[in-house]
Design a binder for this molecule. Structure first.
Ligand SMILES: Nc1ncnc2c1ncn2[C@@H]1O[C@H](COP(=O)(O)OP(=O)(O)O)[C@@H](O)[C@H]1O
Ligand SMILES: [Mg+2]
Length: 247
């Protein structure tokens, strides 16, 4: 496979901020003059078409690209289930080779491609393969998005261990504050998550990306604003550096 520059955005869980981080990163790359394509290979809980709120639509809006939805997001399922179950519910299946084929088309169009996974690393995609197998096959480095709240330490370390076992190159662990830390206890939990992960995680730790007021109706503005934030700028630097080493 031709050495494309870019990153695969995975998470410790669903709802940890993969789409928000991907969109902000894509904005940052685009703002600095990089031509960047996006991909959301599998999305569940969506209509076959594009709604403005789907992950694929949000990534395309952030990148300002007009590729066909079929190319950016080939597997879209109505059922809000894990990918394999959602595919089976529609009597279909997900083909790894089809995702790779489309990824290669995007890679031929754009020097950088940002790919957002679904759920986490061990999410089943076919009878014998999972999200981690897709990452290995695309041969992209990974950024892991994790929660900064209580429980975030274990989830992050578990996923990092699984990534390392599969010899997937990890650019960084980016912590995200998905719910506000308002009380003193919550602030202490956040601080201790950051401190312990700094000590135990063997990869660069970015963030935490601060909690933003409810994003409904303010998604694009928030993405634009976060593109200028320190964690996203640092992530963009790591993506450039990894890209330069590859090319
Ligand atoms: N830093 C943040 N501040 C406020 N809301 C956030 C933040 N990160 C994520 N969210 C909210 O949490 C939800 C899940 O985020 P999303 O990026 O879609 O996660 P994922 O792609 O991992 O499922 C969204 O509704 C989003 O608005
Ligand atoms: Mg998402």
């Amino acid at each position: 496979m031709r050495p494309t520059m870019g990153v695969f955005v995975t998470g410790t869980d669903t709802g940890v901020g993969k789409t928000l981080v991907s969109a902000a990163l894509v904005r940052k790359l685009a703002q600095s003059g990089r031509r960047v394509g996006v991909m959301k290979p599998v999305e569940t809980g969506v209509d076959a078409g594009s709604s403005d709120h789907s992950d694929a639509a949000r990534l395309m809006a952030a990148a300002r690209v007009k590729d066909s939805l079929d190319l950016v997001s080939p597997y879209r399922f109505l059922a809000p289930l894990a990918p394999l179950s959602a595919a089976e519910a529609q009597g279909g299946n997900i083909e790894l080779s089809e995702i790779v084929r489309r990824y290669e088309q995007l890679a031929a169009r754009y020097p950088y491609v940002v790919v957002e996974g679904a759920g986490g690393l061990l999410v089943p995609m076919g009878n014998k393969w999972d999200m981690g197998d897709l990452i290995s096959r695309l041969d992209l480095p990974v950024v892991l998005v994790g929660r900064v709240g209580l429980g975030g330490i274990n989830h992050a370390l578990l996923t990092l261990e699984a990534l390392e076992r599969r010899r997937i190159h990890i650019l960084a662990l980016l912590l995200n504050e998905t719910v506000p830390s308002t009380t003193a206890v919550e602030q202490e939990q956040r601080a201790s998550t950051v401190a312990l992960l700094k000590e135990r995680a063997s990869v660069p730790l970015l963030g935490p990306l601060p909690y933003q007021p409810p994003l409904d109706g303010r998604w694009n503005e928030t993405v634009e604003q976060l593109a200028g934030s320190r964690p996203i700028s640092e992530l963009a630097e790591l993506v450039w550096k990894a890209g330069e080493e590859r090319s």
